[in-house]
Design a protein around this ligand. Sequence first.
Ligand code: UD1
Ligand code: CA
Length: 460
Amino acid sequence: MNNRYAIVLAAGQGSRMKSALYKVLHQVAGKPMVHHVIEQVEGIHPDQIVTVVGHGAAKVQEQLGTASEYVLQTEQLGTGHAVLMAKDKLEGKEGTTLVICGDTPLLTTETLEKLFEMHQKAQAKATILSAYAKDPTGYGRVIRNDAAQVEKIVEQKDATEAEQQVTEINTGTYCFDNVALFQALAKVGKENVQGEYYLTDVIGILKEAGESVTAYQMPHFEESLGVNDRLALAEANRLMRQRINNAHMLKGVTFIDPLTTYIDADVEIGSDTVIEAGVILKGTTKIGKNCFIGAHSEIKESIIEDNVTVTSSHIEQAVVAQGSDIGPFGRLRPGAKLGRNVHVGNFVEIKNATLDEGTKVGHLTYVGDATLGKNINVGCGAVFVNYDGKQKHHTTVGDNVFIGCNANLVAPLAIGANSFIAAGSTITKDVPDESLAIARARQENKTEYAKKLPYSQENH
Ligand code: UD1
Ligand code: CA
C-alpha cells in the first residue's frame, strides 16, 4: 500500500471561543476535540502522524502523548504556514498526506477512508473533503468551473457575492500527494483579507500548474462541523451524543429519553440495561448488563457490574459488584467498593471503604475509611468518625455485626465479628467478637414526675 501520512492542525488559540482554554482542548462527549480527531486518524493507519502545536503546545502534547509526533508553530500565520511546519518531518517523502484540523471532532475513519479511495481513484494531486451546507457562512467555498471541475477554494472573507452563494464547503480536510503538497506550499502568499498563509491556496496553485485536483463530497454535512465558537461546540456535543446513544441502543441498551442522556465517548454499557432521563455517565465508566440507572444519576470513572440498580445517585471512582442497589440519593465517593448484593439507601455517603457481600447501609449514614465484612447491618444515622481534625483513621468491622442507629464509631477502631453495637453508642474502644457494646448514659425513669412539669396536661 501507498505510504500514508497525517498532519493535524492544532496550533490556533481559537479566539472565537473567548476562552482561556485552547480551542482544540475543549471537550466533546468528555474528550478534547483534538483527541477525537487523532483517534479517527489512527483508524486509517498512517505511517506518521504529525500534530502542529502552538498555543497550549505543552497541554496538547500532554493530552495526546505518544499518539503523534509534534512540530511547533510559534506564530499562527495561517493554516498553510502551519502545514509548512511539518516540512522537516515529511518533505519529499513519497505517499499521500491527510491534512485535518483539530477542531472537526465528528469526522470518522470511514469518511477519511472514502476520501483516500477517491484520491487514489482520481489519481489526483489533491482531493478536498467537501460537503453541502444549508448555511455555508464561515466556511471556505469550493469553486468549480463550467465543467464542474474544482478550480480553487475561496475563504468566506475573500469571497465575492457570487462565490458566497456557493453551498459546497471545504471541511478543512484533504488528501495531498505529499511531494506536490510541499512544492505548492512554498508558493503560497498572504495577499488576502486576513493576511494569512492559507492552506486552501494550495488547491488553486496545483490547478494552475495543470495538476489534477478533485473533491469528495461527503453525504452528511453535520459530520464535518468545524467548531469555532461555543454555539458550534454545543452543536458538536449534541451530534456526538446522538451518535454515542444510537450506538448503545443498537447494542441493546434501553434509553427512556436519549435526548437528555449524556454519555461520554469511552463509556461501556451492557445489554438490557435501562437508562432513564437525565443520566450522566462520564469518563471510562463501565456499566454491566441488566442494570437500571434511574433518573438524574451521575456516574464517573466507575465500574458497575451486572444487575445493579442505581436511583438518583452520584458515584465517582467506585466499584459496585453484581446485584447491589444504591439510592435514591446515595453518594459513592472515590475508593468506595461494594461487594455483591450490598444495599446502600438514601442519604448514605461512602468514601474509601469496602463493604463486603450482603452488607446493608439503609439510611442517613457516613462510612469513611473503613473495611466492612459480610452481612453487616448499619443502622440509620450511624457515623464512621474517621477524622480527628488532623488525620484520617481506619475502622474495621467483622462479618454479621449489627450497628445500631446513631452510633458513632470513632476510628482507629476494630469491631469483632458477630458483635452488636447498641443504638446511640459512641464507641472509642475495640470490641471483641460476639460482644454487645453499649456506650451511652443509662436511662432513668422518674415515675409521676411529668405531672409536675409546667407543660403537663394537669397544669392547663
Ligand atoms: C478553515 C479553512 C476553511 C474551512 C474550515 C473548515 C483555511 C484558510 N480555511 O477555516 O476553508 O472551511 O477550516 O472548518 O484553511 N491552525 C493552526 N495554525 C494557524 C492557523 C490555524 O494550527 O496558523 C489550526 C487551528 O488550530 C484549527 C485549524 O488550523 O484547528 C483551522 O483553523 P481555523 O482558524 O479554525 O480555520 P477556519 O477559519 O475554520
Ligand atoms: Ca475552524
